[in-house]
Design a binder for this molecule. Structure first.
Ligand SMILES: *Cc1c(COP(=O)(O)O)cnc(C)c1O
Ligand SMILES: [Zn+2]
Length: 433
């Protein structure tokens, strides 16, 4: 039973919105804030109703995508997936491990998430399912780049109009990678935080489904699938540590929620997992709070190459801090040169080309091993969340474009002699010293 405000009064639905602080139920509707106490809303589930169907046996028979975990996602009754998002590789990373002084290192590789090569495809897929359910014909978002790409692509595939709001200084590949899908792209002369504030105002005025504003609680649940997959791919086991890049701070809190749900439903043995957050020093409100022992965020003005993480006033910052400190983890941040060197290091050691956010994750992991905050023997997972082909400008000037040589074997022999004269040092190695 629902009242006109959408507040559930009778039968418990499979899932519904609840206030994270006062616990009030808000049913299911496009809303992200509790009107009573102004705290964020979150999806809660009737776990007893889910327990019977959410088993290892059922899951492994499901599709090779995030939809194998549909029982623990807030999806409408009649939902049919239209994109095979998620179920990305979890790779052992022995060569990177050696360079970091680690032994049991894994990469969760969302650089190859479908359809737009970042983990945002997971959150958008869930948000658009609810956008349809709530009767929106236009979807929208404020974005630091990857969300823009994913909303634009999935809106096209599902027949929504799309309005995308971005700070004007995003990488060219992320701009083209939005426009190509026919979305309306609105560049704002301002920071992401200003773009987001504007979007909250627009969402109040227009009947549009903003995936990370009025649909945010549904959107955020999509991130849990990263956690479900890691546990399944480790053989239904949780890692000791996980390193997660942070922008708004949602992903890290939702991976924690995923692990907790798997424990609660008996799919994995209970085990403490330490959560480590990674940011760029040029935009590090969450890592700064953790390092200074602050429970709240002090907003920053972003100045970093890692644009996908450049949120100065993170919506879930408070909860990200809690996730990190309560699990015994830590947060770190790296400079722009360090994140670029870390992109190169991951590429040279494991053959994975990540974007700036992935450089941040690898760079912070390196620091955390050095500080002995992560023990080398522990099973540790690094979350690589986006693809390097979208941020090639970060590597501008790193590789010389050599003059071409004539197509003659003698010319190549000459070239080789010269090339072998030059000592071969990996670029990433030079920054490590
Ligand atoms: C958005 C994004 C993140 C961070 O996500 P939050 O949930 O906002 O913390 C990390 N990596 C990439 C590549 C992203 O696009
Ligand atoms: Zn409340």
């Amino acid at each position: 039973m629902s009242t006109s405000t959408g507040v559930t009064t009778g039968v418990i639905p499979k899932y519904e919105l609840r206030c994270r602080e006062c616990g009030k139920s808000w049913g299911n509707q496009p809303r992200s804030i509790c009107d009573d106490c102004f705290s964020p809303l979150e999806i809660t589930y009737d776990y007893d109703a889910i327990r019977a169907s959410f088993t290892r046996e059922r899951i492994v028979q499901g599709p090779p995508s995030m939809w194998r975990y549909a029982d623990l996602l807030p999806l409408p009754e009649n939902f049919r997936p239209t994109v095979p998002a998620g179920f990305t590789p979890l790779l052992k990373a022995p060569r990177l491990a050696q360079r970091l002084g680690a032994k049991n290192l894994y990469i969760k590789n969302d650089a190859v998430c479908l359809p737009t090569l970042s983990f945002k495809d997971r959150v958008v897929a869930v948000a658009l399912a609810q956008a349809r359910n709530f009767g929106f014909d236009t979807v929208a978002c404020s974005s630091t780049g990857n969300l823009a790409n994913s909303v634009a692509a999935q809106a096209a595939r599902n027949g929504f109009h799309a309005w995308i709001f971005i700070p004007a200084d995003l990488e060219p590949a992320k701009i083209i990678g939005t426009q190509v899908f026919g979305a309306k792209l609105v560049r704002i002369a301002g920071s992401y935080d200003q773009v987001n504030r504007l979007c909250s105002q627009i969402a109040d005025e227009r009947h549009w489904g903003f995936v990370n504003v009025n649909l945010r609680p549904y959107y955020a649940e999509g991130s849990k699938t990263v956690g479900f997959e890691i546990a399944e791919q480790l053989g239904w086991r949780l890692p000791d540590n996980i390193v997660v890049p942070m922008a708004g701070g949602s992903l890290i809190t939702k991976i924690k929620k995923a692990f907790d749900e798997l424990i609660q439903l008996g799919l994995v043995e209970p085990k403490p997992v330490k959560f480590f957050g990674a940011q760029a020093t040029g935009c590090s409100p969450i890592s700064t709070a953790v390092k200074t022992g602050n429970a709240e965020i002090e907003p920053q003005k972003p100045a970093t190459l890692a644009r996908s993480l450049a949120i100065g006033n993170p919506a879930d910052g408070h909860y990200a801090i809690k996730t990190i400190t309560k699990t015994g983890g830590w947060a770190e941040d790296v400079s722009d040169p360090e994140l670029v060197a870390s992109i190169q290091l991951l590429a040279e050691t494991e053959g994975i080309f990540t974007e700036t956010a992935g450089g941040v994750t690898v760079g912070c992991a390196r620091k955390l091993y050095r500080q002995d905050r992560i023990a080398s023997d522990d099973t540790t997972v690094l979350c690589i969340t986006g693809n390097g082909l979208k941020t090639t400008d970060a590597l501008a000037g790193k590789y010389e474009m050599e003059a071409p040589i004539p197509p003659k074997i003698a010319e190549f022999d000459k070239y080789l002699d010269k090339a072998l004269d030059v000592p071969q040092i990996s670029v990433a190695e030079t920054v490590e010293a």
